[in-house]
Design a protein around this ligand. Structure first.
Ligand code: ADP
Ligand code: MG
Ligand code: ZN
Length: 541
């Protein structure tokens, strides 16, 4: 089963940069200004906030891509009378709220509902219809909209049921917001919600105040972490993310021994324990937390100075992959409660989630292995954003260490690779072994991105692991002009004689996601053949 998102013709209207939406002449502008100051205490609007509000108030469907902390909430909520409905509430309590919604002078202006309520509760849908008929349903807001997509990191099946809203209320404006949207997630969300001609507001996801680095992980990893903190962030606040609950406890213990004010935090602790750690952390009695992803979504501490990812685990060889998969199926890696609950109840979909997770992991490995390209460029490419790495200003490890470009003619290598794959299907094992590790990846990357090679990913039965094969694409595509390639610029300049390379579209981004998987496999086999030791990474972000 091909694991490629369907890209159907979706109409977007780019909202960012469109002057119309930044106008101060909307009928509500005055009230907007006043409320921003009075209700929120803000002096001004952040990028895109005014624009989003103006577009949604004008009745358009709007899709907002804004980094976490960018201020999405302000675009749809204020201190106005609100209520929430959830399945956990007493039935009588729910009835009270529904009755209020039904009344002629409903006091609520904003109703928060969980997606499962919409997907599963006819009562609620009927109530919404009723409000709609009375022309009281002004707007539908879907926050964390990426949860709609199976391609996202936090898929929640009930979000898919939200498509019904646009079906039932085609003329009620929808405002969808997320901080996570790769090209494929974005397409998926827009389609699932049934948005047509929606206005998209997006802004750069670059975070210039962060410094990125990937450091090889050795047996001395914990000593390295201790040293890193001591030398750069002593007595400052930080988070160390670990994969498993046990890792959290081990790392915390070791750092405590080293004299850091450190605690662990994971889903296996009882709520009181967790609350106590959070309290100590907010009061600065603890300044380092070793946590699983259970910690983090809601933290709001302005003085976090470093984040360390202690895992990816010890080896990128099969063991590593299998361990992660195994742990996923055991629920030992923490996911949002709804996702893991779903995993248990639906095998087919949990398989798909697993596969998405694997792919995400592969990309992460590839990111870590890349010791050439700007980290910002790599991250932003993932979000479909172009980034000029010269503006990184040496705020990532790769930009910092690379001082000069080496030019190398790789034409022959590229030709050989394509020829070899053209006549037969060659497994990646051993291909390009005469190249340096990084070089092989970069040449192959280019050849696949430019469509000379096509990748086939297959799942083998053995361990359910994924194997990857490269094939030459259509005949005639193997003519490569002599090319001089800069191995550090990300482009090899090998171009076709007759057909010019296709401009990189958003679909291509997905292709390169697949490619990352292939490259990782290639790397792995190269490492194996070269008899090198295992490689593992951790990241100081
Ligand atoms: P998001 O949902 O995009 O992650 P939030 O809506 O939670 O972000 O906002 C993040 C923080 O930014 C909040 O503390 C909020 O009060 C603050 N904020 C939002 N808009 C503004 C603004 N215009 N000026 C100053 N602070 C703002
Ligand atoms: Mg938010
Ligand atoms: Zn950089």
């Amino acid at each position: 089963e091909a694991f490629v998102p369907k890209i159907i013709d979706v109409n977007y209207i780019e909202g960012s940069g469109d002057k119309r939406w930044s106008s101060h002449d909307f009928p509500w502008t005055k009230e907007l200004e006043v409320n921003n100051k009075r209700v929120f205490g803000n002096h001004s609007f952040r990028p895109n906030q005014r624009e989003v509000i103006n577009a949604t108030m004008s009745g358009c469907d709007v899709f907002v891509l804004m980094p976490t902390g960018g201020g999405k909430s302000l675009t749809y909520q204020a201190n106005i009378p609100a209520a929430y409905l959830s399945a956990n509430m007493e039935w009588a309590e729910q009835q009270d709220i529904l009755r209020e919604l039904n009344s002629d002078y409903c006091k609520y202006k904003l109703l928060y509902v969980t997606p499962e309520k919409v997907a599963k509760s006819d009562v609620l849908l009927r109530q919404l219809e009723n409000l709609h008929v009375r022309e009281l349903l002004a707007r539908i807001v879907i926050d964390e909209a990426h949860c709609v997509s199976q391609w996202g990191h936090d898929f929640r099946p009930d979000y898919q049921g939200l498509g019904i809203l646009k079906q039932k209320f085609p003329n009620t404006p929808v405002l969808a917001l997320t901080a996570t949207a790769t090209a494929s997630v974005k397409e998926d969300v827009v389609q699932a919600l049934g948005l047509i001609n929606c206005i998209i507001f997006r802004q750069s996801f670059n975070r210039p105040n962060l410094w990125y680095s990937v450091i090889p992980k050795t047996k001395k990893c914990l000593e390295d972490i201790d040293k890193f903190i001591r030398e750069n962030h002593f007595d400052e606040c930080g988070i160390i993310y670990c994969l498993s609950r046990m890792d959290c406890e081990k790392v915390a213990e070791k750092l405590q021994e080293c004299g850091h004010k450190c605690a662990f935090y994971h889903g296996n602790m009882d709520p009181a324990q967790r609350a106590s750690v959070q309290k100590q952390w907010s009061k600065d009695e603890i300044n380092i937390i070793c946590a699983t992803v259970a910690f983090g979504m809601g933290i709001n501490k302005p003085d976090v100075r470093f984040v360390i990812h202690h895992s990816l685990p010890k080896s990128i060889e099969g063991y590593h992959q299998i361990r992660v998969k195994h742990m996923l199926s055991q629920g030992a890696i923490e996911q949002s409660p709804m996702t893991s609950g779903y995993n248990r109840s639906n095998m087919t979909n949990s398989g798909r989630i697993l596969e998405t997770n694997t792919e995400n992991l592969m990309r992460m490995v590839s990111y870590c292995e890349n010791d050439v390209d700007c980290r910002r460029l790599l991250q932003l490419a993932h979000f479909g954003e172009k980034f000029n790495s010269s503006t990184c200003q040496k705020t990532c490890d790769n930009c910092l260490k690379i001082t000069s470009f080496i030019e190398k003619d790789v034409t022959e290598i590229a030709k050989q690779l394509v020829k070899k794959h053209r006549h037969e299907t060659v497994s990646l094992h051993g291909a390009g072994k005469h190249l340096g590790k990084g070089e092989a990846s970069r040449v192959l990357h280019h050849l696949v991105v430019e469509d000379f090679l096509v990748e086939e990913v297959k799942k083998s039965d053995y361990y359910g692991s994924v194997s990857s094969t490269l094939k030459a694409s259509k005949p005639g595509k193997s003519d490569i002009t002599p090319a001089k390639g800069s191995l550090t610029s990300g482009k090899l300049n090998a171009t076709l004689i007759d057909t010019p390379p296709q401009p990189q579209t958003e679909v291509d981004l997905n292709l390169s996601a697949k490619l990352y998987t292939a490259l990782r496999m290639l790397r792995t086999s190269l490492v194996r053949e070269a008899g090198e030791g295992v490689m593992a990474y951790h990241i100081f972000g």
